[in-house]
Write a protein that binds this ligand. Structure first.
Ligand SMILES: C[S@@+](CC[C@H](N)C(=O)[O-])C[C@H]1O[C@@H](n2cnc3c(N)ncnc32)[C@H](O)[C@@H]1O
Ligand code: SF4
Ligand code: SF4
Length: 369
């Protein structure tokens, strides 16, 4: 029997007190899967759309992979990409793999297909749809490179039934002054707001125009004000984001993602919850359980805690929360493992979810969400 609370206690103790407390076997809480890295959008912050990627994981292997993930005790799936809904066999995989066995199934999408696929989504065991929208209509369409993207995304959301829906916004210069408006737009369609911190060190961002997106000091002040006053993020997180965007020196937390998340890329490579570090196996050659139990997986996860890495902001909210958590909050931190690379969840201002209860993980760290 697997007890996430004691596992997370060990991760917490191992990252805060001594590495000798770290778990001996990785039991990630969530698997983030890229069945495709192709994409039909044209975002200025991301390179995926510029290449033609080979989808190496067949329908049958995707189905057996979900079996292996379930057998490993992983309870949450996050499908991302590229654009995950471009896989024509996506709903067939859900159905044939009996994906309803998972507690959480999140699809991170660019929002161009949910309108067309709303029936399939509504009939599927997907529990949450996260639609990436980076600003109000004109700004979003400029950033995502597709005219009509914002309206299409919102129309798709309106057709979804009985799914948790969030807008995922990457905090940036162009929409820094629109965040309150975006939270209100999310609220109007019954969605929450999540945010990403703009990354600059990932393989799929190498040629993205991040300078065009990078907030100037005045924009950072607006972003921080929104995070503090409107959505009540914890002060340590706002401080981190402010320093990061202002390119100041940062006190980087030990990275615990190797213990919380496992990544599967479209070529079958397995990553220890970290894009910049090397793959530790490939599911086209090995079973997931063997990769998770390998010395290499454990060695790399431990090295991540020591921050032997190039550094990135992916999932930094999990590592920050772990660093600031009281031990009683560890079970709640498990919720963060299901989140995207860097996306604390925040409520829309007028949503019925109270700031204090929107994210148990954050309330556990004396923060509201
Ligand atoms: C790479 S996309 C893949 C899923 C899907 N295509 C989408 O856009 O939602 C995953 C998330 O990364 C965000 N993103 C794009 N460029 C980014 C960057 N430079 N830094 C951080 N997040 C970024 C996207 O907006 C999206 O929320
Ligand atoms: S952020 Fe998502 S939608 Fe935009 S190019 Fe990258 S993968 Fe495609
Ligand atoms: S902080 Fe370092 S170890 Fe953690 S995900 Fe980023 S690059 Fe990997």
């Amino acid at each position: 029997m697997f007890y996430p609370a004691s596992y997370l206690s060990r991760v917490w103790l191992g990252s805060k007190v001594s590495p000798k407390f770290l778990p001996q076997v990785a039991r990630p809480l969530a698997a983030h899967i890229k069945l495709t890295e192709n994409c039909q959008a044209r975002c200025i912050s991301c390179d995926y759309w510029k290449s033609r990627w080979q989808d190496a994981i067949s329908t049958d292997r995707a189905i057996s992979l979900l079996d292996e993930i379930h057998a490993s005790g992983i309870t949450g799936l996050r499908f991302t990409g590229g654009e995950p809904l471009l896989r024509r066999d996506f709903f067939e995989i859900m159905r044939r793999a009996d994906a309803s066995r998972f507690e959480k199934i999140i699809v991170q999408t660019n929002g161009l297909l949910p309108k067309k696929l709303h029936r399939e989504i509504n009939d599927s065991p997907i529990t949450k749809i996260a639609v990436s929208i980076d600003g109000l209509r004109d700004t979003n369409d400029q950033i995502r490179g597709i005219r009509g993207y914002f309206d299409l995304g919102v129309e798709g959301i309106r057709l979804l039934r009985d799914k948790e829906v969030v807008l995922s916004v990457t905090l940036n210069r162009l929409s820094a002054g629109e965040l309150e408006g975006l939270a209100a737009a999310a609220s109007e369609v019954g969605a929450q707001l999540e945010f990403n911190i703009l990354s600059r060190s990932l393989y799929f961002l190498a040629n993205a125009d991040l300078e065009a997106m990078w907030p100037a000091k005045a924009d950072v002040i607006k972003i921080a004000k929104f995070l503090r006053d409107t959505i009540h993020r914890p002060e340590y997180e706002i401080d981190y984001i402010t320093r990061y965007y202002n390119r100041e020196k940062l006190a980087e937390p030990p990275c615990v993602l190797g213990y919380l998340q496992v990544f599967v890329l479209s070529n079958g490579d397995i990553l220890t919850g970290c894009y910049p570090l090397k793959p530790v196996g490939n599911i086209l050659k090995d079973h997931l359980a063997d990769i998770l139990a390998s010395d290499e997986y454990m060695r790399q996860s431990e090295a991540m805690v020591r921050r032997e890495c190039p550094g990135c902001t992916c999932g930094v909210e999990s590592s920050l929360a772990m660093q600031h958590a009281a031990s009683s909050a560890l079970y709640q931190i498990g919720n963060l493992a299901h989140r995207p690379a860097a996306a604390p969840r925040v409520p829309a201002p007028s949503s019925s979810t109270s700031p204090a209860s929107a994210s148990a993980a954050d309330s556990a760290t004396h923060a509201s969400s």
